[in-house]
Write a protein of this length. Structure first.
Length: 87
């Protein structure tokens, strides 16, 4: 299931992104500051290049590239975005 990033509390989203950019296996010698890596991921979410995937079985979230998730999940996410009221 995909979770619209805008539905997460700002602190929750930041924590998820921080976990993603600092987890084991992500350190490939890149010396980019943490705040820059966080902003890159946030920008990818805003541009719909990345999505948040929630696995109900494990109760875990992860970030994935949009191209790596099934199209029907993307259709559901796009429908949710259309239904959200604009402020």
């Amino acid at each position: 299931m995909l979770i619209p990033f805008a539905q997460l509390a700002p602190d929750t989203l930041t924590g998820l992104i921080e976990d993603f950019v600092t987890r084991d296996g992500m350190d490939n010698g890149d010396q980019t500051p943490l705040d820059v890596r966080i902003e890159r991921v946030r920008h990818a979410l805003e541009k719909k290049q990345a999505v948040i995937v929630f696995d109900a079985e494990s109760q875990q979230c992860q970030l994935c590239l949009r191209r790596d998730v099934p199209q029907e999940w993307l259709d559901d996410l796009d429908q949710l975005s259309v239904e959200e009221p604009t402020a």
